[in-house]
Ligand binder design. Sequence first.
Ligand SMILES: *Cc1c(COP(=O)(O)O)cnc(C)c1O
Ligand SMILES: [Zn+2]
Length: 420
Amino acid sequence: MKNVKHLECINCGKTYPAEPGVYTCPDCGPEGILDVIYDYDYIKSRVSKESFKENREYTIWRYTDFLPIKPDSARPRLRVGWTPLYDTAVLAEAIGLDKLYMKDDGQNPTASLKDRASAIAVVKAMEEGAKLIACSSTGNAASSLAGNAASVGMRTCIFVPQRAPQGKIAQLQIFGATVISVQGDYREAFQLSAEAIKKYGWYNRNAAINPYLAEGKKTVSLEICEQLDWQVPDWVVFSVGDGCTIGGAYKGFLDLYNVGFIDRLPKFLGVQASGCDPLTRAFISGGKMEPTAENTLADSIAVGVPRNPEKALRAVRKTGGVYINVSDDEILAAMRLLGNTSGIFGEPAGVAGLAGLKKAVAEGIIKRNETVVCAVTGNGLKDVNNAIKAAGEPMKVNPNLDELVSALEQRPGFFDYLNQ
Ligand SMILES: *Cc1c(COP(=O)(O)O)cnc(C)c1O
Ligand SMILES: [Zn+2]
């Protein structure tokens, strides 16, 4: 990997060679998360804004020069990345912005942003000759790992908490993973997976621990900038659980800044659920992250002990951004709003960012004339129970026109379209 210099501990600053088996800083333990440090001069010698115009690879692999993988390594066969960035006029107006883009990462192959990280995990596991990849996950990291691994015939062993929704479990079963439903919360699932990984020596896809995964997630930012013709939005918005997504997204902008493709970073809005907000609390107090309960229906961000608090806080603090909380009701309302005004279907954690954005605009934190990109991190079909909770049941009528007419006449607002 000529583009990678080394791995650097975000806690003590010690550096380590980017070699197999190195996960966290031995001196600092689990807090010693490693960051991949690049040789930006080398990257600059390989790519330019012009070279991207000629690049016909519309997946995350168009950014291989920015990724910590060997250029000729085998890759998963799924099409990950280059998801649409929608200019959403109706939604923008509804929440009081002039310009709002939605990045629909639910359109990745297993329907969440996690595919970006899992694709890298599978490449690294194959580079190291691993035979089985393990991970613990609230759901999407697991399903994306299982899918990407299945595409190259690699085995997976997955630890999920009891609360993981059926849609995600169904994906795991279909992708042939060995699924361990840990009868406990995410914290306990994570712990058990860590013990099993240690015992059996499996390849570890736990996002915070594995330094390469945030590098996959950063491709979302590379795409946002390229899709905006290298213009930087004023704000970017991400929902936050473990913190690897927002931390990775920050790294993406930093990379582009370091190679001179952009001349500033956007502000980051991190959004957490009110019932599970350790990072919002740490942001407000200015101190260290303290664990909280996991009380939210947005399962993908129900993370009481974030594994990547430093990277998650750094993204917001260094860019002059903000952390904000949203209630479950606000999340459900955002799910409805997004679907109604843009045709995008997000799962609860997938739309929590939008819920937080709406609030930040209402509170004057984000101004009408500021350009915003908000990520939809996962598809709503993964969790249909909460979608129905958000949007309600359909009208039931017998196959009879008179009954239909009277049902429609009783439905509030249905005939409003005649006056529009
Ligand atoms: C994982 C996930 C997040 C949050 O990512 P973290 O790295 O845990 O902060 C948000 N939304 C969805 C849909 C996710 O799957
Ligand atoms: Zn260290």
